[in-house]
Unconditional design. Sequence first.
Length: 244
Amino acid sequence: MDALIIAAGFGSRLRDISDSKPMTPIAGIPLLELGVRQAKAAGVKRVVVVTGHEADRLEAALPALAERAGIPVEAQRVADWSKPNGWSVMAGASVIDGDYLLMMSDHIFSAPILRDLARAGGADRGVTLAIDRRCNNPLVDPDDATWVKLDEAGFIRAIGKTIPEYDAVDCGAFLATPELALAIQAAIDAGQAGSLSEGMQRLADAGRAATLDIGSAWWLDVDDPHMHALAEAQAPAQLPEIYG
C-alpha cells in the first residue's frame, strides 16, 4: 500500500513560528517526517507527498527525509496549491494504483490509528475515515474541526465544518480507494470548489463512506502555535516508536 500526504498549503496559522508547516519540527523531527515514519509503521511501502506552496524547497528536502525514514518518498506537485485540498488529493491519487492511506501533513497519530485504518477496507466502502467520537476532546480545536454525522451503521451521513448536527470529529486520516478522487472530480464537475469534504459528502450520499472509531487513541492537528506547543510536550511520550 502507498500513503498520500497532503503538504501543499500555505500554513498561515503557523507562520509565526515556522515558514514551512510541513518542515516545522516537533521535538526535533519535522511534521512531514513524522507522517512518513508513521505511514511506514502502518505497513506502507511508498509515500507520495503532494507539494505546492514552496514546492522547490520541500521537494529538495525529501531525499534526505526518505533516507532517514527508510522508505521511498516521492513528490507530486499540484498545479494550483491555492485551490481546495481535494485538488491535491486528485494530483496525488493520479500516481497511485489501488487503495492508499491519505494523511494531512500537520496531523500526527498514535500508532494504532493508522495501523488499524490500513486494515479497514472492504467492498462496501469507497473510503474509510478515522473519527473521534469525543466531540469535547480538549486536543481538538472546535473552530477548525471538520465534523461528522453518522448513520445507524456508522457510515457518514454528513461531513463539514459547519454542519448543524454531528456525532464525531474527522481525524484527518483516511483509507481511500480510487472512488475518492473520482468523487472529488464529480463535485467539481457539478460546480463545487473541489474540497476533500465535498468528495466525501458525495460518497456519503452514495452510502460508500465508512468510518473507523479510534476510541481513546491520541491524535493532534498541529495547526497553530498552541497546538504546536501541545505536540512538543506530548508527542515524544505518545509516539515512542519514533522518539524511542
